[in-house]
Design a protein around this ligand. Structure first.
Ligand code: SER
Length: 896
């Protein structure tokens, strides 16, 4: 059964049973504890926790997920994928254990002809949390199986949590017995309540039913967590692994061989000439390629770009591992242009946006591969050098420091270093490498901890949010002054009830006009005045949890306490100036898309007072003419005084209205669409000007690359743009005055000046050389005799090394050729002496060497020298030793 059909049957089964089908949310998630959506329930978390009203009592979805903690296991086991799809059914206070068990059992055992998966009952083993007798008896009742067919497992397997604070509860898993080829028969009684690892491949867990009933405040491991208390209602959250069911129903050995993944392996086989199934090591590599290529595709599709931290780093690591695995399979050429489209064609059947956004996705991916290839080239050279040194030193081992430097500086993965070292018969000090990596990790952890401490602990926010019982009302779209009440104060990671003058604390109000940093827009600042006369200065505003707005404040005077009335006053100048920047960003985004096509999608932005930064995808640098056009277009539309309006609508309506959908929006949500006239329309939660003319003027300062396929434009708006232009105007006026030229004549005047300067320098140079060489004839005729040798020793103050050489050779050429002759010239320029000794053939045939003579001079000058027998040169540091150097050459010659 094809994956698409399994997906269809799952949704149909639950839709027919009263569940609302909900499309997959994007992989990126608005949760401080999670990097990516890692389970089907994540988009529903606020419903489970009772933070938001549930729009439906039952839902079903097939959710895109990313999990990377097991990345090293990919390809080695049959079931670990970094990207996977989780089919789920959810009940929000509706049915509970019995309903969940009935619904799942029905679908898996129903014959294929009747729309089910047709699994044989004899192969299925439900499990329960040891001690959950309610679940045990329900399984027996629903399935008719005897008690010995229900496996009892401990919390490691059968208590589910998000791994971070959030909802959780006991669970039941359905295991499928794949038969004795995959492992020994289970002796469940002897095994106890922990799943034996050797059974995991044979008894494959493919569906997890979570009886979600508690909220966890801390999760230290699967078995060690704190329960905060019961959830407002009992819920159901299930997750069926789409890939796992697919390989069971398709009769495949593992998830990498299913219909939506194997074509990548097939293409990789063609490219490498290696055959899947022929060599265990190659098989792992081929599976890694299939998995990582797909994960990278889906991540870029959802707006992640490769980078060095957070999500970007996960993506970069996946892409590099895929590319490197292909190299280890012997493919040195670019691989992504071959593999990524194969994955797109398979995944694009369900996720059609992969086709729509293909230009952007492929641009980002291919640029990253090129960057990595360059890294590999540079790193390989350093590696070869290190390997050469190790061999020369007679050591068969590459040091841990070397391996670490390759990793840290050149991004060279350690397994690549290991592989290349073994090819050269070397080993690597892996322990040393891991020690250094460990130290680096500790440093990074300490860093992250320090950062986290600054933002406080999520538990305290949670507590305040719970006390509030509703979302903080943001009034700042319409007001800059609002009345509200203090509802929470957070200090040192915990909730407190008061704070005093001088304290820096975090303050939560029930309603506030202060905009929390988000969507690229910086936070508002301002003042909050309390009913009792106390005043605080607002330094920063953040939203650490959905629906919560936290003001970071310094108490200026008085005492603030929970329950006090509060009047919030936003710094209006700053707000206006940030809003101008935000509206300008939308306009620049739209203008770039007009100029460069739809691939110029926004990849990030920062809207600050009077200035903004806009990052977007593009293959190469953007020509100056395009920048000029974009700037002109935006300023035309500023003058057109277009209205800027915000409207709330459904995501569907937004897309239909032509709004550019950005990433991170949940489907089905009400979204806010900001339009500049009929022209630029974007999903956006930020603040804007009322009309485009309020921007005044927009000035792009230039563009640059900030990494693979992403360009950055920096720009000024409003008064800041005006001041910038005014400053440039003054500068031009000053130049014009100094050069006595009209502004429009300046470029020509300057290039004229530069040309004339060059010509003059050339003339001076040739004049100097003529003068220098004019001395040559005289010097030759004034040669001394040292023994039988004609010797010219001369100091040429002001002559640099080039002049000295030229002069020495010229003088030598003027000496009588049949008599031994030696010329030594010592010059000094810019405080540095230099010496050249030239010896003619007649002197050389007597065994006189310029190389030996120049050494005497250089030693005197406090430096070194050398060369051939006929000409040698040197330098030094001490110009006061010029005479000494000449005397030493003469003495050395007399000895020869
Ligand atoms: N949340 C559970 C899991 O991830 C079931 O969906 O396994």
């Amino acid at each position: 059964m094809e994956t698409a059909e399994i997906r269809r049957r799952f949704i149909a089964h639950f839709e027919q049973r009263g569940h609302t089908p909900v499309p997959s949310a994007p992989l990126l998630v608005d949760d401080p504890n999670l990097l990516f959506v890692n389970a089907g329930m994540v988009p529903f978390k606020p419903y489970f926790l009772g933070q938001e009203a549930t729009p439906y009592p039952r839902a079903t979805s097939v959710q895109k997920c990313i999990r990377t903690p097991d990345i090293e296991d990919v390809g080695k086991t049959t079931r670990h994928g970094t990207f996977f799809e989780m089919c789920g059914n959810f009940s929000f206070g509706d049915y509970f254990k019995e309903g969940a068990i009935e619904l799942a059992w029905d679908l898996v055992t129903k014959p294929v002809e009747d729309g089910g998966f047709g699994f044989e009952e004899s192969r299925l083993w439900p499990s329960v949390l040891a001690g959950d007798d309610e679940a045990l008896h329900l399984w027996m009742k629903v399935t008719g199986l005897p008690e010995k067919r229900i496996v009892k497992l401990g919390p490691k397997e059968n208590y589910w949590s998000m791994g971070v604070p959030g909802p959780g509860g006991p669970c039941s898993e359905i295991l499928y017995d794949r038969g004795p080829e995959y492992g020994p028969d289970a002796d469940w009684d002897a095994m106890g309540t922990a799943m034996a690892p050797e059974l995991e491949d044979r008894y494959l867990e493919f569906w997890n039913l979570v009886f979600m009933q508690e909220e966890l405040s801390a999760v230290r491991s699967k078995e060690d967590f704190d329960i905060l208390g019961p959830l407002p209602r009992k819920n159901i959250d299930t997750g069926m692994g789409l890939e796992r069911v697919a390989y069971l129903l398709q009769g495949k050995q593992n998830m990498y061989e299913i219909d939506v993944m194997f074509p990548v392996i097939e293409r990789a086989q063609e490219l490498s000439g290696r055959r899947y199934g022929a060599d265990a090591g190659d098989d792992v590599r081929l599976r890694v390629v299939a998995d990582h290529v797909r994960s990278s595709l889906m991540l870029i599709g959802d707006g992640v770009t490769p980078g060095n931290e957070g999500r970007g780093y996960v993506l970069r690591r996946l892409m590099r591992r895929a590319i490197r695995s292909m190299r280890l399979l012997g493919v040195e050429d670019r691989v992504l242009p071959e593999l990524l489209p194969v994955s797109r064609d398979k995944m694009g059947v369900t996720y059609t946006e992969l086709h729509r956004d293909w230009d952007r996705i492929s641009t980002v991916a291919y640029a990253e591969e090129d960057a990595f290839r360059a890294t590999l080239r540079a790193g390989t050279q350093i590696f070869d050098l290190a390997a050469g040194e190790a061999k020369k030193a007679g050591s068969p081992t590459l040091s841990g420091e070397r391996a670490f430097a390759l990793h840290d500086t050149y991004g060279f993965p350690i397994d690549l270093t290991l592989e290349m070292a073994s090819e050269q018969g070397l080993s690597v000090d892996e322990d040393g490498f891991r020690r250094l990596m460990g130290q680096q990790r500790d440093r990074a952890k300490a860093d992250a901890k320090a950062k986290k401490a600054k933002h406080g602990d999520a538990t305290a926010y949670r507590e305040v949010a719970d006390g509030l019982g509703q979302r903080v009302e943001f009034t700042g779209y319409d007001e800059v002054v609002s009345e509200g009440t203090v509802r929470g104060i957070v200090f040192g990671g915990g909730a407190v009830s008061t704070a005093h003058a001088g304290d820096e604390v975090e303050l939560v109000l029930d309603r506030t006009p202060f905009y929390a940093e988000g969507g690229g827009q910086l936070a508002d600042q301002g003042v909050i005045e309390l009913g009792n006369g106390a005043r605080v200065e607002v330094l920063d505003v953040q939203s650490p949890l959905t629906g919560l707005i936290v003001h970071q404040v310094r108490v200026l005077d008085g005492e603030i306490s929970v329950g006090e009335a509060a009047q919030s006053l936003v710094d209006v100048e700053r707000r206006r100036s940030i809003s101008r920047a935000h509206t300008a960003t939308h306009m620049v985004h739209k203008a770039f898309r007009e100029a460069l096509g739809d691939t110029a999608t926004q990849a990030g932005s920062e809207n600050a007072p009077g200035r903004f930064r806009f990052d977007f995808s593009a293959t190469g640098s953007v020509p100056g003419s395009v920048l000029a056009d974009v700037e002109a277009r935006v300023n035309d539309l500023v003058l057109a005084d277009l209205p800027v309006e915000a409207e709330i609508m459904t995501q569907k309506e937004a897309v239909a209205s032509g709004a550019m959908a950005l990433f991170g929006e949940k489907y089905g949500d009400q979204v806010r669409v900001v339009s500049v006239g009929d022209w630029a329309r974007e999903l956006c939660g930020g603040t804007h000007t009322g009309r485009s003319a309020q921007l005044g003027v927009v000035k792009l300062l230039g563009e640059s690359s900030i990494g693979s396929g992403v360009r950055r434009v920096e720009a000024l708006v409003g008064a800041d743009a005006y001041r910038f232009l005014a400053r440039e105007h003054v500068l031009v006026a000053q130049l014009s005055e100094a050069l006595k030229a009209r502004p429009e004549e300046l470029p020509e005047r300057v290039s004229d000046l530069v040309e004339r300067l060059r010509a003059a320098e050339k003339e001076i140079e040739s004049f100097r050389v003529t003068q220098l060489l004019a001395a040559a004839g005289r010097l030759a005729s004034e040669a001394d005799a040292v023994g039988e040798v004609a010797f010219v020793g001369h100091r040429a103050d002001g002559a640099d090394a080039g002049d000295v050489r030229r002069l020495a050779l010229d003088v030598r050429g003027r000496l009588a050729p049949d008599r031994p002759g030696v010329v030594a010239i010592v010059g000094s320029a810019n405080g540095k002496p230099s010496v050249v000794v030239a010896v003619n053939d007649a002197a050389r045939s007597r065994g006189i060497s310029a190389n030996a003579l120049v050494k005497a001079a250089a030693t005197a000058l406090g430096g070194r020298g050398g060369g051939k027998d006929d000409v040698a040169q040197g330098g030094g540091a001490d110009t006061s030793k010029v005479e000494q150097a000449l005397a030493d050459v003469r003495a050395e010659l007399a000895r020869a």
